[in-house]
Design a protein around this ligand. Structure first.
Ligand code: BGP
Length: 475
């Protein structure tokens, strides 16, 4: 898979483009204490990422049941097949495989569940794309070890990866090491299982944790190559184009600095070493990291492709009196030229073209858009005796973004595929509620936990199926 083979096809989606959808175990599986599963950090986060975690599981946590994918996966994958999915991105719940994270032996029942999921996907010829760690650190690793601040997590993660690669390596080609790895800067518990609140966490501890994750990612990549020849390993970055709020050079430099905070993760994954601007940041902030020679070697196992989520862009201003926008965990200030979703996420389809061009030029690695979509409060209505959702706003959002993907391909970027986030409604990561929905498939479950869990096709279901069937010509 070399970028040298890319041809600019003048603006069509390439043949074999991987269309599909994406989910994460903790947001849809439910069965949080079944099948030998241990607790994960999500099981003590009933109110989403902005609220401190609880001591233990509480009944108001919608993720305990999720959308019951654990028991309904066959029905759901049949719906994905009806949509025409070529690929389905899902995560494996680490605590289903290693209930405490540091166990000697994996939990066979957990492995068997993912065997069954893979069987269903194979039945329909849907390619799996597996996220190894999607905001699902086993709770014990957070509580007893301090999460990724502890070097021991590299070994636990490597052991987990070895078990996955040996068990599923003949069936899974595409792997992602850590979901939105850069989000740990703003959400240390969610993203890195670090129990210390962000305000109390020192920069040294934070960057040491990041270093451990990056080393673990490099080791997993090497291990994947040893165990599964032909596997493709990608990093996963929360992509966020940063625009200067004004033409002031101070704003431009501030935007550059903020962008560096995310670029660093891709630079290390693609180049195998720390970039100069990050080393400078460490010097300027008195951050000293424990980096061994072995670590440096591990980091040199660079990824095959770069995957990313894209929901919005942000602005930056050097003026401290400019207000921060609501709802955005990555910071930034609102862009006066853009509209926002109900949760303050600013809608910017062209930003996706910008990101694709930017990443392609910077890293020259194939790209995979593994999350994109709009969270909305859908209303179930009856039309011709059928329950559905008239989600033209979702169709509009996705259509506009996919047109920009096509533009970026015309610009010459190599894009492997696109998986719409929350292709079936799942529990939201930031709010831990059902009412922020992304799916083509409506799930009857409400914020108070009521609902039949029945599935209904939304209007966007037919639209996306047409897009896939025509390989994007229907856009
Ligand atoms: C990403 C996460 C997903 C997902 C998505 C939408 O940051 O990788 O897990 O949930 O955002 O976010 P939310 O559910 O908060 O709307």
């Amino acid at each position: 898979m070399s970028h040298a083979t890319v041809e600019n096809n003048g603006g069509a989606f390439p043949e074999g483009f991987l269309w599909g959808g994406a989910t994460a175990a903790n947001q849809l599986e439910g069965a949080y204490a079944e099948g030998g599963k241990g607790l994960s950090i999500q099981d003590v986060m009933p109110n989403g990422i902005m609220t401190p975690p609880a001591e233990g599981p509480t009944e108001d946590n919608l993720k305990q049941v999720g959308i019951d994918f654990y028991h309904r996966y066959a029905e759901d994958i049949a719906l994905f097949a009806e949509l025409g999915f070529k690929v389905y991105r899902f995560s494996i719940a680490w605590s289903r495989i290693f209930p405490n994270g540091d166990d000697e032996q994996p939990n066979e029942e957990g492995l068997a569940f993912y065997d069954r999921v893979l069987d269903e996907l194979e039945k329909y010829g849907i390619e799996p794309l597996v996220t190894i760690s999607h905001y699902e650190t086993p709770l014990n690793l957070a509580r007893a070890y301090g999460g990724w601040t502890n070097r021991k997590l590299i070994g636990f993660y490597e052991q987990y990866c070895r078990v996955l690669f040996e068990r599923f390596g003949s069936r899974v080609k595409y792997w992602l090491t850590f979901n939105e790895i850069n989000s740990v800067i703003h959400a240390p518990f969610l993203s890195g299982g670090i129990p210390t609140p962000r305000e109390e966490l020192t920069d040294s501890d934070l960057y040491q944790a990041i270093h451990h994750e990056l080393v673990a990612s490099g080791r997993a990549t090497r291990l994947a190559r040893d165990i599964m020849p032909g596997a493709q390993v990608g990093c996963m970055i929360l992509a966020l184009p940063v625009y200067p709020l004004t033409p002031s050079p101070d704003d431009v430099v501030k935007a550059m600095d903020t962008a560096h905070a995310s670029y660093a993760f891709g630079d290390i994954h693609c180049r195998g070493e720390y970039p100069g601007y990050l080393l400078r940041y460490f010097r300027d902030h008195g951050i000293e990291l424990d980096i061994t020679e072995q670590d440096r070697e591990d980091l040199r196992n660079t990824v095959d492709f770069v995957s990313f989520s894209y929901y919005m862009s942000i602005c930056e201003s050097a003026d401290p009196s400019v207000d921060q926008g609501p709802g955005n965990i990555m910071g930034g200030v609102p862009n006066p030229k853009l509209e926002a979703s109900e949760w303050g996420w600013q809608i910017d389809p062209q930003g996706l073209r910008v990101v694709i061009n930017d990443y392609w030029e910077r890293w020259q690695k194939p790209l995979f858009i593994v999350e994109n979509g709009i969270g909305a409060k859908d209303v179930l209505v009856e039309i011709d005796g059928m329950l559905t959702v008239e989600d033209d706003y979702r169709i509009g959002y996705l259509n506009d973004h996919l047109v920009q993907v096509r533009e970026a391909i015309a610009d010459g970027a190599q894009v492997l595929g696109y998986t719409a986030w929350g292709c079936i409604d799942v529990v939201s990561a930031s709010t831990a509620q059902m009412s922020k929905r992304y799916g083509f498939i409506y799930v009857d479950r409400n914020d108070d936990g009521s609902g039949t869990l029945e599935r209904y096709r939304k209007k966007s279901f037919d639209w996306y199926r047409d897009v896939i069937t025509t390989n994007g010509a229907a856009l």
